[in-house]
Design a binder for this molecule. Structure first.
Ligand SMILES: [Mn+2]
Length: 311
């Protein structure tokens, strides 16, 4: 019996290797311990370690509905962390893009553990290079469409704006869920004009998750889709450990229920970002993050029959 409190911390106890080993349906997990793009309270550099740590709770047993674990049918491995010099935003983004591209070129499905939301940008650059323009499903309290500064346009409030400006994602077939933060007037106007669909947290609460899932499916269509899950979409009572908490957010059951119901979208990868362990209590933010990824991976594993080809 493997003991969840013992052993080296990799995500879900997956083997640590830098490259895939030829197993079918490879999925690479990478840690992106970067919080140099954070404007309020830092700490997301410690996110990947905390998520790996809490993921140990999810090892050893099967998903209660699916009756399987991710490693049963996926070539899951933990490729470690991507780091660059302290304070070097551009260098970090380049390093992440290079690593992501290398793994994608080897046919890996990519799962990234942030880090602040800046890290999603280089991942999208790598994926768009491989798959063309993507649809984005973004769980987030914030639209992340602020313009950056002149010196560093990329920070954790700007990745979606830059991704649209660079043509990495198609705003008309992308959707943001859980919005509720204050937004500058010109940023709100830019976001509306971009064609992005925005769903507020209140709409989730009042309309129910089934209706929101339907909106997502109608918006996304069959374009290759990327899931970015900013943990601050959750209510601070459910996820206190984050840089920019906003009240009135989703409960974890709503978010995990939507991730489950969206499992059949044509995903090309996902990330969970903005877990800042210094403000966490009892590991619940890191556990929520680990569980979102685990749920996504269990449903991905369920697509394969155990001997199958890549989807
Ligand atoms: Mn965000």
């Amino acid at each position: 019996m493997s003991l969840p409190f013992a052993g080296i911390r990799t995500f879900l106890d997956a083997p640590h290797r830098r490259e895939p080993d030829g197993a079918p349906n490879p999925v690479a997990v990478i840690g992106l311990p970067f919080d140099g793009g954070t404007v309020f309270r830092p700490g997301a550099r410690l996110g990947p370690a905390a998520i790996r740590d809490m993921s140990k709770l999810l090892t050893g047993d099967d998903h209660p509905e699916l009756g399987l674990s991710p490693a049963d049918r996926l070539g899951l491995f933990d490729a470690g962390d991507v780091v660059a010099e302290i304070g070097d935003i551009d260098g970090t983004l380049r390093a992440i893009e290079e690593t992501a591209s290398r793994l994608i070129d080897q046919h890996c499905h990519l799962v990234s553990l942030g880090g602040d939301h800046t890290v999603t940008l280089p991942v999208l650059r790598a994926l768009a290079m491989r798959y063309g323009q993507l649809s984005l499903v973004q769980f987030d309290a914030h639209p992340d469409t602020w313009p950056g500064g002149d010196a560093t346009p990329a920070f954790h409030g700007s990745p979606i704006r830059i991704a649209i400006e660079e043509g990495l994602i198609d705003p008309e077939s992308s959707i943001q869920i859980g919005l509720r933060s204050p937004v500058q007037r010109d940023v709100a106007a830019w976001t509306r004009a971009s064609g992005l669909t925005g769903i507020t947290a209140e709409e989730v609460h009042m309309g129910g998750i089934e209706r929101i899932v339907q909106r997502v499916q109608e918006t996304i269509g069959r374009r290759p889709a990327y899931l970015t899950f900013d943990i601050d979409v959750l209510d601070p009572s459910q996820a206190p450990g984050t840089a920019t908490p906003e009240i009135g957010g989703l409960f974890s059951w709503q978010a995990v229920g939507m991730v489950k119901r969206l499992a059949d979208l044509p995903w090309v990868g996902m990330d969970v970002v903005e877990v800042a362990p210094p403000y966490d209590h009892a590991g619940i933010t890191a556990l929520a993050a680990a569980t979102m990824v685990w749920t996504y991976l269990c449903h991905r594993a369920a697509r394969f029959d155990g001997s199958a080809e890549d989807a």
